[in-house]
Every structure is written in C-alpha cells, then in structure tokens.
Write a protein that binds this ligand. Structure first.
Ligand code: GLU
Length: 467
C-alpha cells in the first residue's frame, strides 16, 4: 500500500475504537504488557519487539492501528493446540511427547507453517516461529496465514519404524485441526521427506482424502518439484538481489554456511551455481572448513551423508582431509558473505564482531532468527548488508504455497516453471524491503520486511472486524 492509499484508507471504523484504556502511548507500555501476558517467553518477546520497533513510527502516523488495538490482536495467537503423543520404541517401551500446533493468524489465508521435531521445542519457541511466519508469509504476497507446530521429540538416533510410529501417533491427534483450506503444515528442523511421508500417509488414512493438507511431500505423493531446493535457492536469489542493489554479484565471493540440512545443502548448491566459493558447513557437533570450496561432487557426498546415512559432518573432513572445528561454528572463518542456515540464535555478539573483523560484508538468514539481536546491531552499526530470515528464507514457504496451488488444480508444474516463479517472488520480496526500508541511501531490510509484512495482515484484520 502506498503512503497515499494509507492516508485515504477508510477502514478506520469508529465503532471499533477503544475508549483509550487499551491504547498504548509508547512502545515500552505495549512491550511491558506483552511480557506480563507471556511470562518467561523470551524468544516470543524478542520476535514481537523487533516487529513493533520497526512498525511503531507507521502506527503513530496511522492511529487507526492503535485505536483498534491491532497490536494486541496481532500478538495473541488465534488458537493454540497442545496434545499428548504416546508411542512405543522398538523395545516396546512407552514414551510420551508433547505435540503442538500454534495457529497464529488467518487474516490473509489459511494457517501455514512447518512442524519441528526437536527436544528444544516448547510453546515459547513455537509462538515465536508462528509469529514470524505470519509476517514472512505475508511478505511472499501469497494468500497464506501463519502457524507453526511440532513436538519435543528427537528423531536423531531413532529407527525408521520408531519415527513412523511417532508420526502416526502425532497425526492421529493433529488431523482433527488441519485441512487443505484450514491449516497446512509442512517440514522444519527434524521434519523432512521421511516424516512428511509418514504424517501425510496417516492423515490420508484417517480422513480418507488425498489432498493438499501438507506440503513438502515427495513428487510421487503430490509434492511440488523444487520444494526441497526452495528455501536454500530462494535465500541465494535474495542475496543476489541485495548484491545487485549495490552493483555486485556472487561471482568469486567466499561464503560461509552453517548447518548441513536441507536449507544449507541447497544454499550451497545455488551459491556454487552462481560462482560463489562455499568454504564451510556444520552440524551440532562442529564445522568443516574447506578453503578450496565445495564442488558438485563434494556436495553430493554431503547430501548422501546427511539425507541417507544420517551421519555427522566430521566425516566430510575425514574424506576430503580438511579442517574439522570440533564443537565450533564457522563464524571465525574469513568470508565475504555469511549464510546462517542451522537454527535460531546461532550467531551471538562475539561471532558478529569476528565476522566483521574478518571482512564479512553481507549476512542473510537461511534459518529463522539465527542472529541474536545484539549480533544484528553489530552488523547494522558496521554497515553490513543484513537480510532477515522472514524475507531471505521465505522461498520455502512460497513454494509450499505453489504446491498447494498445484494440489488444488490436480496438476504438477515443471521444475523450471516453479523456479521462475520462485525467482519472481524473491525479487518482489526484495523490492518490498526497499520500498519500506530505504532511509538516507541505506536499506534497512529488517524494517522494510516488517512494515511490508505488517501492513497487509493488519489491514486484512481491520477489514474483517473483531474476530
Ligand atoms: N518451515 C519453513 C519455514 O520456516 C517452511 C514452512 C512451510 O513450507 O509451510 O518457513
């Protein structure tokens, strides 16, 4: 929406105005309220704070958002589902995990977002991820609301049949709440092809319907081509846009990547295609440093190691005789571009300082909020290009929406058709960040992404009344 449209927008319905008791006079009053209402939820609070910091100026210019208490409405999930997931291991022992689905916001489309299976999963983490997802999905320009779910189950070290039994038990509860027009889960950390297959199979069995209720399915089970590649490729397309805006490109740039899962693998692949030199990958045990850079053959080794053998990245260092940094991250390696693709909060203030001192000029988040707020501050103070996850990693969920579109049309698009659309979407996201984030010749991508994501969701909420 342009500035003019915003001014002339007549959504401002006096009926919905509060009597002032809940209008917030300052950011601090509002954030204090968020903290009180969500005690101990640090991740969620940080995510809210970042968005509010970015949009506050806009709110002050357009008080209808404040009068209608849109902030409090936006920071309260529409629905949270928590459930018991009982399952038995291969020895017949009974285990109980906790399952969740946070259906955060459906103002612009059905709930959409991944499922995470990891021991660190709790309500705080999922509320933060679902809140982020709401703005990320809005930024894609596609009609999808925000959600996230998962369980504190650790697929690491479990047999295929244990994972299958867990997924079946999880879906036996979840299936009541989801549907192709209601809530469409997908993968995230710990939920890949294998898990999606088992989850979808159980949904189909319980509902007796083959439909687009889940995305990230294999091509044989109705998935979109290029969905596995989408987050990593989209990230690199976004980085290319950021560089292009500075009259640069990826050719010859040294790139450090953390993680070695789906996002990291395809971020590395696309970086290599575009002439970049990828010198690191990592997992929770350590990082590899390959100064000559990965190539197609080395990457094929990583894919096999991680996706088929479910092995550790140290095996790469052994096979190719390169440095293995035990229990370390790649952030002390000198690079031009850093792509954190592992998990939240993986780059702290000291890591950020090391990156700056070692010459890094651009950081883009492949994972969801891998950079801690203090690290982001270091990047911005030192004039680095910084691409926040909700913009830079939105390619995954965008192609998920393309999968939904293909499923509802009972068709399958070619790889190149999906790739063309993905590139177009990442270009659009980048230009929205510029529209709303340009200030004095610099681009604040965080501000741009938050404002662009916010306006669409907030306006849709106002149009739909108090629901
Ligand atoms: N988990 C991914 C994300 O963080 C993808 C979600 C989806 O495809 O629904 O955006």
């Amino acid at each position: 929406m342009t500035e003019e449209q915003l001014k002339s927008n007549t959504i401002d319905n006096p009926e919905l105005k509060t009597n002032g008791a809940v209008g917030y006079s300052s950011i601090d009053t509002f954030l204090k309220r968020v903290k009180e209402k969500n005690p101990g939820e640090i991740e969620f609070f940080e995510a809210v704070k970042e968005v509010i910091d970015s949009v506050w100026e806009l709110l002050e210019k357009h008080p209808r958002y404040l009068h209608t208490n849109i902030l409090e409405r936006l920071t309260e999930p529409e629905r949270v589902i928590m459930f018991r997931v009982p399952w038995t291991d291969d020895q017949g022992h009974v285990h109980i995990n906790r399952g969740y689905r946070v259906e955060f916001n459906s103002a612009i489309g059905p709930y959409k977002g991944g499922l995470r299976f990891h021991p660190s999963v709790n309500l705080d983490i999922l509320k933060f991820l679902a809140f982020e997802q709401t703005f990320k999905n809005s930024l894609t320009t596609l009609p999808i609301g925000g959600a996230k779910g998962g369980a504190d189950f650790d697929p690491k070290g479990k047999s295929d049949s244990e994972v299958m039994r867990f997924c079946q038990s999880f879906m036996t509860e979840l299936y009541r709440y989801i549907g192709p027009e209601t809530d469409i889960p997908a993968g995230d950390i710990g939920v890949g092809r294998r898990e999606i297959g088992y989850l979808f199979g159980q949904y189909k069995r319980l509902s007796n319907e083959f439909n687009g209720v889940m995305t990230g399915k294999s091509a044989e089970s109705g998935g979109s081509l290029l969905r596995p590649e989408a987050t990593g490729y989209g990230l690199v397309y976004f980085v290319s846009e950021m560089l292009q805006a500075q009259n640069q490109n990826l050719e010859g740039q040294t790139i450090t990547i953390s993680g070695s899962g789906n996002v990291a693998q395809f971020a590395a692949e696309k970086s290599i295609h575009l002439g970049g030199k990828v010198v690191s990958l990592s997992d929770s045990d350590g990082a590899i440093y390959d100064p000559e850079g990965l190539d197609e053959e080395k990457l094929a080794f990583v894919k096999h190691l991680k996706n088929e053998k479910r092995g550790r990245i140290r095996e790469y260092a052994q096979k190719y005789d390169v440095t293995y940094l035990e229990n370390q991250t790649p952030w002390n390696i000198s690079c031009d571009i850093a792509l954190p693709c592992a998990t939240e909060n993986e780059i702290g203030e000291q890591d950020a300082i090391a990156l700056v001192e070692n010459g890094c000029r651009c950081v883009a988040e492949g994972a969801n909020k891998p950079c801690q707020p203090k690290a982001v501050q270091v990047f911005l103070e030192n004039g680095l290009l910084f691409g926040p996850g909700k913009a830079a990693n939105a390619g995954g969920v965008a192609v998920s929406q393309l999968e939904m579109a293909q499923n509802s049309m009972h068709t399958q698009w070619s790889r190149s058709e999906v790739d063309t659309r993905l590139q177009e979407i990442m270009r659009n996201i980048h230009s929205k960040c510029i529209t709303h984030g340009e200030a004095g010749g610099n681009i604040n991508y965080i501000k741009g992404a938050n404002i662009a994501g916010f306006i669409k969701v907030a306006d849709a909420m106002l149009q739909q009344g108090l629901v």
